[in-house]
Design a binder for this molecule. Sequence first.
Ligand code: HEM
Length: 221
Amino acid sequence: MSSGTVPRAGTVVREDEVVRYTFPERVGHWINGAAYTYLLGSGLALFTPFMYWMAAVLGGGATIRFWHPWVGLLYMATIVWMHSEWRSDMRAIPQDETWKKNIRAYVENRDDAMPPQERFNAGQKQFWWVMLWCSLILLVTGIVMWFPEKMPFSLHWVLTLFVFIHSAVALITIAAFIIHVYMSLWMTPGSMKAMIEGHVSTRWARAHHRLWYERITGRRN
Ligand code: HEM
């Protein structure tokens, strides 16, 4: 690769390595991860007295009440960015159905029993769509909750409803987030390196995302 070129995902870096995530993709993902982690801690502190000790860790009740919505906007900006980058890779393909039917083999780490996958497998796609839709709901309900004093008294039931929806949807994202972090850190060795350094070995790409590997390299083995 000549110096000064920005490698796109799928660029063959060396004979035995391909780019999995570009630098902008990784920066966007990690800002998103940091923002989500802050929202998780501050949100749980605002949600229940049992988790209020988190507020002390993050600077106090008034501080997290001020920053939580602003960090939420930063988080949403990175969600929009990630969506613009990965939208086409997140579309369903026929192989996804076979993947879902074989989910047991996937959980048992029997990759050889799984159908070949594109850049993202069906589980990664499902995770993304859950996070995207939940994030949009969190945004809408969160903006209303940001300015409770603007809500006319006769409509306070809407505020209560939105608080409930905001909390319930946040809990769904927490479940999805835990699975995502578990899968990335422990279930699929090499994933973390991909999101930090950007590239993976061709062996990794072939084992986990064979259709993607074949498409980007033009190789069949
Ligand atoms: C802060 C904790 C997080 C860690 C440690 C983490 C780790 C990772 C890793 C290692 C990958 C690469 C997976 C691969 O290519 O095989 C990845 C991909 C990805 N991450 Fe995260 N992530 C975190 C937070 C998030 C959050 C909060 C979101 C969404 C709101 C997110 C969305 C994604 C998406 C869509 C991908 C690509 C598809 C996938 O692998 O699921 N991540 N993440």
